[in-house]
Design a protein around this ligand. Structure first.
Ligand code: MRU
Length: 356
């Protein structure tokens, strides 16, 4: 089997008008590459987490809307824009929490709006350029996040992570796992404890898979073992990703993250959130304003079991994300540096730096 680190998480095959993805629901047992042509297939791939992780969803949506635009059969700008917007809305509704999905679609739509005076064929060419730029920038951002993340680690450190904010969640390197992968390129070694991440097991299935492929010393733990691992003194820092960071620094990430942050505080372990500035949403004042995606019950009761493991008809609560209070976060590591509390000021300053 080829090394997963050498396969692109999300790619565009423009010649065949296809979105090409690693099907993450099949990992770690099978590396299956999907070639998707229709908007229904692309939206379903996002909803079913065949492609997942905030930045990867953004890239997939950018490629997806480009393919939709390419297929629109009109030369009339207004008719094109109307149809384009319908397709964009259709993709955006696939998952509500990760801001990168809406962010990438907004960025693509801006290209259409900024070139209303151009022939539709030329707008399509510009959209192709823009979606490729979104992907290339993602790789570059992740590398820079990795550099900043490495600055708070030393060779041999133990890092605990939750969910998968690795290469499989981005174009390359990842966010929370970028310092680990970048460190490997430089001959460094870390001990990574990856929470299995109930209910969809992104930590056990995906983080463990990509870390092992990169030769990282990897240990999977059940989510309820994090406290013991911290108490043992094995964790020097917690690194997690994010799906949306509010203006006050409250960080939304995979369900279970906030519990890890509370534990880290108890044991005096630094807790870092790593993500690109495209995941920071200054228009969302606090974590309370973030819409949390609710997922179906069968993911908890049936999905990983030969037989259902809970009584038929029992009520199930299955939020996909939770919000970690900004007071529990040691730093937010972005491609433009590390924001420290108070976040209302430091995040704003990061954006000023970015926009200059
Ligand atoms: O439901 P998922 O698997 O898409 O959730 C992913 C996460 O919560 C990640 O930590 C987050 O998107 C950051 S990915 C770099």
């Amino acid at each position: 089997m080829s090394n997963i680190m050498a396969i692109e998480t999300v790619a565009l095959d423009d010649q065949n008008s296809q979105l090409v993805l690693i099907d993450q629901t099949q990992l770690p047992n099978r590396v299956e590459i999907l070639h998707l042509s229709t908007q229904e297939e692309i939206r379903e791939a996002i909803y079913l987490l065949k492609v997942r992780g905030a930045p990867a969803i953004g890239v997939a949506a950018a490629f997806g809307i480009y393919l939709a635009a390419k297929g629109i059969q009109t030369d009339d700008y207004t008719a094109f824009l109307n149809e384009y917007r319908q397709c964009s809305k259709y993709l955006e509704e696939a998952r509500p929490t990760a801001v990168n999905l809406a962010w990438a679609l907004r960025r693509m739509e801006q290209v259409v709006l900024d070139h209303a005076d151009m022939p539709v064929a030329e707008i399509k060419a510009l959209l192709l350029k823009e979606c490729n730029a979104i992907k290339d920038e993602d790789t570059d951002m992740c590398r820079r996040i990795g550099e900043h993340g490495l600055s708070v680690l030393k060779d041999g450190d133990g890092v605990l992570t939750h969910c998968n904010a690795g290469q499989l969640a981005t174009s390359k390197y990842g966010t929370a796992l970028a310092p680990i992968h970048l460190g490997r390129e430089r001959g460094m070694q870390f001990r990574v404890y990856t929470d299995e991440t109930r209910p969809l097991l992104q930590g056990a299935r995906l983080s463990a898979f990509e870390l092992m492929a990169d030769g990282v010393d990897t240990t999977v733990i059940c989510d309820n073992m994090a406290s013991q691992v911290m108490k043992n003194g094995w964790v020097n820092a917690v690194f997690v990703g994010c799906d949306r960071v509010a203006a006050n620094g409250d960080a939304c990430n995979k369900i279970g993250t906030s519990g890890v942050a509370i534990l880290a505080k108890h044991y005096g372990i630094p807790f870092y959130v790593l993500g690109p500035t495209s995941t920071i949403d200054l228009d969302t004042p606090t974590g309370d304003d973030i819409v949390i995606e609710q997922r179906p019950a069968h993911e908890v009761t049936d999905m990983w079991y030969e037989k259902p493991m809970a009584p038929q008809g029992v009520k199930v609560y299955n939020p996909a994300f939770d919000v970690t209070d900004h007071e529990l976060i040691t730093g937010i590591i972005t491609e433009h540096g590390i924001a420290k509390p108070p976040y209302t000021e430091s995040l704003k300053a990061l954006f000023e730096k970015k926009n200059h």
